[in-house]
Design a protein around this ligand. Structure first.
Ligand code: NAI
Length: 269
């Protein structure tokens, strides 16, 4: 039985990017942050709607939750499409009559030096990592206001907001904008009892970081591990615990914040 403040029984949560990590992974690497979050929110008692561009992966996450006696549904969703975000929010809301939690976790990585950054890549990253979160916030907050639900929105930013890092212009700029969206929306919907917070993780072992070459991964992980007082990089569950905190009543007096599960180390550049 979860502690009452962390008990999400009777609440409905929508998690984007929930497929991450369903594919076979190199030994020692964790699943995705969205999948870990959906799994943890379901374990805390929520009915969880797992949404992702990768429909098979969303279904796999929902099936794993159901197999563990949680309650989950899967949706194919492209967060860059406002109509699709609206439809999935409506579907999640119609099943239980309410939407309590929106976790905007879907995101993509792109790395290119500023002088080589192309418009098409800039647009792709902006559309997914910023506009996708904006659409999620708008549609979910409207649903919460319409049903007088004192809900929680959690937006995935990144440690890239805290420092310049080579190659991370498009990614870091979109994530910084996510934090600005979080702070701004928090001031606008607080009167409805809706809280809006962001999470800015450090280096987390997922499919996203696995995509780096082994050499690049070692170059990036090495300084993180050396500089962390905890002496390690993060796992998806480290971030999921932070999201659970922000979605639960345990954080009922927190809004407009960016929490940093990063092992005590910001970007080391
Ligand atoms: P991941 O690649 O395992 O998961 C991302 C998920 O988003 C995938 O399942 C993918 O299919 C989905 N997705 C991508 N574009 C989509 C779209 N247009 N519509 C719907 N779904 C879409 O990566 P990871 O690491 O789990 O990333 C999750 C979030 O955490 C991302 O926003 C990422 O930027 C952020 N993050 C990750 C860090 C890390 O070190 N892994 C550090 C800081 C932030």
């Amino acid at each position: 039985m979860p502690l009452p403040a962390y008990d999400l029984t009777g609440r409905t949560a929508l998690v984007t990017g929930a497929a991450g990590g369903h594919l076979p992974r190199p030994a020692g690497s964790g699943g995705g942050i969205g999948r870990a979050t959906a799994t943890l929110l379901a374990a805390a008692g929520a009915t969880v709607h797992c949404a992702d561009l990768d429909e098979q992966g969303a279904k796999a996450t929902a099936a794993a939750i159901s197999a563990a006696e949680g309650c989950a549904h899967a949706h194919r969703l492209d967060v860059t499409r406002r109509d699709q975000v609206a439809a999935v929010v409506a579907a999640a809301r119609s099943a239980t009559g309410r939407l309590d939690v929106m976790a905007n976790i879907a995101g993509i990585m792109h790395s290119a030096p500023v002088l080589e950054t192309e418009d098409a890549d800039l647009d792709r990253v902006w559309n997914t990592n910023f506009k996708g979160v904006l659409y999620g916030c708008q549609e979910a907050a409207r649903a919460m206001i319409a049903t007088a639900t004192r809900g929680s929105l959690v937006n995935m930013a990144s440690g890239a907001i805290d420092a310049g890092a080579p190659g991370l212009l498009s990614y870091g700029a979109a994530k910084a904008a996510v934090v600005q969206l979080t702070k701004t929306l928090a001031t606008e919907v607080g009167r409805h009892g809706i809280r809006v917070n962001a999470v800015a993780p450090g280096w987390i072992r997922t499919a996203m970081t696995d995509r780096h070459t082994a050499e690049a991964q070692q170059q990036a992980e090495g300084p993180m591990i050396r500089m962390s007082p905890l002496g390690r990089v993060g796992e998806p569950e480290d971030v999921a615990q932070t999201v659970l905190h922000l979605t639960s009543d345990a954080s009922s007096f927190m809004t407009g914040q960016a929490l940093r599960p990063n092992g005590g180390v910001a970007m080391p550049w």
